[in-house]
Design a protein around this ligand. Sequence first.
Ligand code: SDX
Length: 429
Amino acid sequence: MQETAKLIVDGRTFELPIVRGTEGEKALDISRLRNETGLISLDPGYANTGSCESSITFMDGEKGILRYRGIPVEQLAERSSFVEAAYLLINGELPTRQELNRFSVMLNDHSLVHEDMRAFFENFPRRAHPMGILSSMVNALRAFYPELPERGEEEEINITFTRLLSKVRTMAAASYKISRGHRVVYPRHDLSYCANFLNMMFDSPVKPYVIDDDIVQALNVFWILHADHEQNCSTAAVRLVGSARVNLYAAISAGICALWGPLHGGANQAVIEMLNRIYTEGGDPGPFILRAKDRKDPFRLMGFGHRVYKTYDPRAKIMKAMCDRILEKLNLDDPLLDIAKTLEEVALNDPYFIDHNLYPNVDFYSGIVLRALGIPLNMFTVMFAIGRLPGWISQWKESVDDPKWKLHRPRQIYVGPRERDYAPIGERK
Ligand code: SDX
């Protein structure tokens, strides 16, 4: 029996179907609302609006649950690798040993960037933000690689996904080296995905980079934790731009641009900038907490709060534990970690943050990990983007394959002036 909800408008009763998800979430299907009632829904920021049915990632914001294709992110962080988690997100199942080996070989085969693209990198201003470079260069990949084949040529589509996943890592490292005026380091066939990235970033003719398994593992976990997060802002951008049937590179480039924002993926850089300010101003987080609570002050506590999580972000818990492990491993002492922990302690005991359900999110501790890995601050959001790529790809693929696919085109409620005539310039006040 179809579950429905009744809507009474101008004395007329309408029944709207209720859609129920695998985990029991319920939604009002309003796909026929305007045709049947003449009404549209209005939901600024889509806080109450689902854009699709998806089988990729499940989040429970009240319980702090995050699963990729049903597998808890805690288990993947503990036991999987970023490449394996990427395969899981894109293909829906964990790979067999043979599938994983084949995927790894394809990632290696597609890890080089077309030599003609070097001219692009070399001509960006040295101080250009790496997110602007990355979104431009991902879009430019379309010029160097043929159009996405017609759907159904699964092999070709998988090569396109693998090419993008592999080259984004090479482009990010090349962009960093060129920005430093250093020689670009090429990917190596004998290194894993994460080890290759670290080597391309930090190897130098005068100081060879020593691969440390614990550091490689930390990067695997970092990227697993960022790999997907259902319909967040940047994924929604990938789906919306993708709904116009543009090529994958253009849709992913749109996602990179959305992620750049300080309220979204740019928060990891903003958190460190905030912690640095607290540190340089004496280490007392009190004034920043006061500003964050002042509704007249636009300042927000970076790395705190979330549209979906109304409890501790499960990724932040893992990231926080990783901070302690990696700093101990590297025998590093980062005063910003102490400040972050104090800030968290104060905020989580403050009625404002408790009442608003504001907890640390994935970005609150991730910057400490990236600092320990030696990643420059302006590349923090690039690291988020590389991690999120399998999620964007899987969400794009799901939307393209969705039999209910429609061009994304929201409506609006018009509140502007009523009809009026054009006024000749001499008659205007
Ligand atoms: C990511 O969606 C995802 O899944 C994103 C992400 C992913 O993996 O893709 O998880 C990654 O983007 C994490 C979020 C990173 N951003 C930040 O850390 C920036 C700081 N956080 C806030 O800007 C905010 O919490 C948002 C934008 C993340 C979410 O805010 P919402 O859901 O739009 O809620 P809101 O801005 O309407 O705030 C509701 C209330 C307001 O107070 P009132 O006016 O109701 O009294 O909570 C307050 C806000 O002022 N509030 C904060 C706050 N976040 C919300 N107050 C102080 N500091 C904050 N950080």
